[in-house]
Write a protein of this length. Structure first.
Length: 88
């Protein structure tokens, strides 16, 4: 059986989180007040926890072995309903 090749990832272990949050919405077409959709859009995002500020949590979709990242995403803390770590 072939030996599995070790994939070089970040030396520090990045935390993976699931964030459930309320999305901000907007429309760009004319509409009538009586027809406005008042339904909230709840979002579930799973990603690598990068950092946070007083106002937001910062996550990304992908990390590379040269310490690059892809798909950075800022979620306002005021919109977050729930956040939990995902243990692999």
């Amino acid at each position: 059986m072939a030996k599995k090749k070790k994939i070089p990832l970040f030396k520090q272990k990045q935390k993976i989180v699931e964030i459930q949050w309320l999305d901000a919405q907007g429309e760009d077409d004319w509409e009538y007040l009586s027809e406005i959709d008042k339904t909230a859009m709840y979002i579930r995002t799973v990603g690598f926890y990068l950092d946070e500020t007083d106002e937001e949590i910062i996550v990304c979709r992908s990390l590379s072995s040269d310490k690059g990242l892809e798909g950075r995403f800022h979620i306002p803390k005021a919109c977050i309903q729930k956040m939990r770590p995902i243990n692999l």
